[in-house]
Design a protein around this ligand. Structure first.
Ligand SMILES: [Zn+2]
Length: 272
């Protein structure tokens, strides 16, 4: 409703809406599971039906699309100039999501649920995770884990502020923050090495909250890749911060609406 009011105030025509959710979204827009929101089977399109223009269907395409936040962030990186390559885009927030881009297209998996990299175990006997497993990447490199290791547990910082605060501490050479980021980078490196060995990717993009922390996370990620990726010796893997950083998911969501219209302009023109 706020975004709509802002668009109206600027004299813009609302073309559609896309909602990015950090969880598993099925093809009807229902959020099956979002552990860090404590959401299970939430029918988002029904809940937003009180906003009629968002749920109109144009030529079979709903005006409201619900998608996974990490997928939308990866799409924004793809369209921000990464080109039709292949890469793994990590969204580091409270949870950790991955968008897998293969040959210029997002790989969603059979049911659209690919990319749950935050729940790949780093240490199978590690601490329990919200998903029911143990030792998941999220427990070592999720925002809460990094803040706790940096001595900032309970600081209750919003996601973007937390990364900026950690970056400030690391920049100032604060040893606890630097150690926390090094440990997180090592866990990320162990995990992405398996993904690279499996999928033969040459680029890892550090997105979301990881983007401003890339100067400190990147070196241990690269060290693990060099140690664990079989082909790294003759085919180096690039690890770089995302182009758009914290706004990537929102930009990807907006872009997904625009690209739907470009793909099928007739329905849109009929509404004008
Ligand atoms: Zn887990």
């Amino acid at each position: 409703a706020q975004a709509r009011a802002d668009a109206d105030a600027q004299g813009l025509t609302l073309a559609g809406a896309a909602l990015g959710v950090p969880g598993l979204v099925d093809d009807t827009g229902r959020v099956r599971l979002a552990p860090n929101l404590s959401w299970r089977d939430v029918p988002v399109p029904e809940l937003l039906a009180a906003l009629p223009p968002l749920t109109e269907t144009v030529e079979g395409v709903p005006a409201l699309v619900v998608d996974n936040e990490a997928n939308l962030a990866a799409l924004s990186e793809l369209h921000a100039g990464a080109g039709p390559g292949s890469f793994l885009h990590l969204s580091g927030e409270v949870g950790i999501g991955a968008g897998i881009v293969l040959d210029g297209a997002l790989f969603r998996g059979v049911r659209g649920w690919s990319g749950e990299i935050g729940h790949i175990p780093v240490r199978p006997d590690g601490p329990p995770c919200r998903c029911g497993g143990r030792g998941c990447l999220e427990r070592y490199a999720g925002q809460e884990a990094i803040l706790a290791a940096a001595g900032l547990a309970g600081a209750d910082l919003p996601a973007d502020t937390a990364s900026v605060r950690l970056a400030q501490l690391a920049e100032a050479g604060e040893p606890t923050a630097r150690h926390a980021l090094h440990e997180a980078g090592t866990a990320i490196g162990i995990t992405v090495s398996s993904v690279i060995n499996l999928l033969d990717l040459d680029t890892v993009v550090l997105g979301g909250g990881y983007a401003p922390l890339a100067p400190w996370i990147r070196p241990p990620v690269l060290a693990e890749i060099e140690r664990r990726v079989l082909t790294a010796a003759w085919s180096p893997v690039t690890v770089r911060p995302a182009t758009l950083g914290a706004t990537a998911a929102a930009v990807g969501a907006a872009g997904s609406v625009v690209r739907r219209i470009i793909a099928r302009p007739a329905g849109w023109l009929a509404r004008l």
